[in-house]
Design a protein around this ligand. Structure first.
Ligand SMILES: [Cu+2]
Length: 455
């Protein structure tokens, strides 16, 4: 048994899950902090036998899985040992605005050699993640992405809880990074990676307890790709999207997982050992295997029911009283330099490409919302390229689409298909300035970003 297999087996026996190479970094010596995250350049092994010069938290890529309990205070000390500024954004957490990790808008960038203490309450249970919100093409592409799992107040009772971080790294044959972005691709569907991994391994086999109730936390932490996932087992349930439970759970359907989005899926593992369940990415008629679940002997009873997840305490919008705002996501194709950055802008929200931000130059918000008001956002995509649209600070309900039937659900990121219009609704109950952007990072960096002001 090699170390990775040992870690996995140990994790299953413990009823928890470990990511290979992603050891929890509890701050034993510094009781004031629950976690210490050191941003640093580190060599990692993604392609077997090859060295990849990654940017990491705590020397591993993807970053360590952080774990907290719903309703608890979480303190994380960021130490920046990079040669560039960074921050940490906590994707999907309904956080205090000052802790949201957006440079200039919510905090000064954390410069090389500096530290920053993130200190916040986690109000919702679910599968969330974290990443810098600065120089995002490079910092996210090169590895500074990790899960933040918030456990329910009472354990739902799964026999295994397995994070599956999807990421396709843009590497050459020797494991070095290729050019991460080109204007041509940024103006279209983004620059895809070349080396697909699940939890930093290519096509891994992941043990699950035979007969047990298994929770899979599928997280797309890629900068670019969308995954049409399919778990090849007859009774898979979708339990949650973006950490927000579906009540009741829904049978597995096609759900395009854009950059930044998550699915919690549940299944009862076959009671025989050595049964393999592939997880595939569907691409038209083709299926590309991402990883394989494989049953191993376990001391669990044979289960018949997938546990339910309790709802999170999200205020429900009053649709009849809600104010509707329209946001059009446009392809402008302009190669004209934008704003102060002088970089090309290809994308715009309501005709405004994000001009960049600096200490003395905070752009105007895309909208000002009155605190506690219900709002409907109508998201209009006028292009043939899709956009995973993410709003910080709140959880919204996805209401409807002009292209497909939507059974409403809660999320923090919604995939806006080509020429699609989607309506989302939420209560603006979290005051602050919240970023509102496409999570396809090259789109965000070439214009498709803004923020809303709730006050
Ligand atoms: Cu986009």
């Amino acid at each position: 048994m090699n170390r990775r297999e040992f870690l996995r087996t140990t994790a299953i026996l413990a009823g928890a899950a470990a990511l290979p190479g992603c050891v929890l970094f509890r701050a034993k010596d510094e009781p004031a902090f629950d976690y210490v995250l050191i941003a640093e350049a580190s060599n990692v092994e993604l392609k077997p036998g090859k060295t990849t010069p990654a940017l990491t938290f705590n020397g591993v890529a993807p970053a360590p899985v952080l774990r907290a309990k719903q309703g608890q205070r979480l303190r994380i000390k960021l130490i920046n040992k990079l040669d560039q500024a960074t921050t940490i954004h906590w994707h999907g957490i309904r956080i205090d605005n000052a802790m949201d990790g957006v440079p200039y808008l919510t905090q000064p960038p954390v410069q090389p050699g500096e530290t920053f203490l993130y200190d916040f309450i986690v109000p919702d249970a679910g599968t969330f993640w974290y990443h810098p919100h600065i120089n995002s093409v490079e910092q996210l592409s090169k590895g500074m992405v990790g899960l933040l799992i918030v456990d329910e107040k009472e354990s739902p009772g799964f026999d295994a809880d397995i994070p599956l971080v999807l990421k396709k790294w843009r590497l050459d044959d020797d494991g070095r990074f290729l050019q991460l972005s080109t204007p041509r691709k940024a103006a279209r569907m983004g620059t895809p990676g070349t080396w697909q991994t699940v939890n930093s391994e290519h096509d891994p086999v992941i043990p699950i307890p035979a007969g047990g109730a298994v929770r899979l936390r599928l997280a797309n932490l890629d900068n670019t790709l969308a995954y049409d996932l399919w778990i090849d087992h007859p009774d898979v349930q979708h339990l949650a999207y973006d950490g927000m439970p579906l009540n009741p759970a829904r049978p597995q359907v096609s759900y395009l997982l854009g950059a930044g989005m998550r699915i919690d899926a549940g299944l009862i593992a076959p009671s025989e050992t050595n049964v393999e369940i592939p997880i595939n990415r569907r691409r038209g008629m083709r299926q590309e295997r991402l990883c394989t679940l494989k049953t191993v002997a376990a001391t669990t009873l044979v289960r018949t029911n997938i546990p339910n997840l309790p709802a999170n305490p999200i205020a429900l919008p009053d649709i009849n009283q809600a104010e509707t705002l329209n946001f059009t996501f446009d392809w402008s194709g302009a190669v004209a330099p934008m704003g102060q950055s002088g970089k090309p802008s290809f994308w715009a929200i309501n005709k405004k490409p994000w001009p960049g931000i600096s200490a003395g130059n905070i752009p105007e918000p895309l909208a000002r919302l009155k605190v506690d008001n219900s709002c409907i956002f109508e998201l209009v995509n006028t292009s043939q390229y899709r956009h995973p649209i993410h709003l910080h600070g709140v959880v919204f309900t996805v209401l409807s689409s002009n292209k497909r039937d939507i059974k409403p659900y809660q999320a923090d990121t919604v995939m806006l298909g080509k020429y699609e219009t989607i309506r989302i609704a939420f209560v603006a109950d979290n005051p602050g300035r919240w970023m509102y952007h496409c999570h396809l990072i090259e789109h965000m960096k070439t214009g498709l970003m803004g923020y809303i002001d709730i006050s």
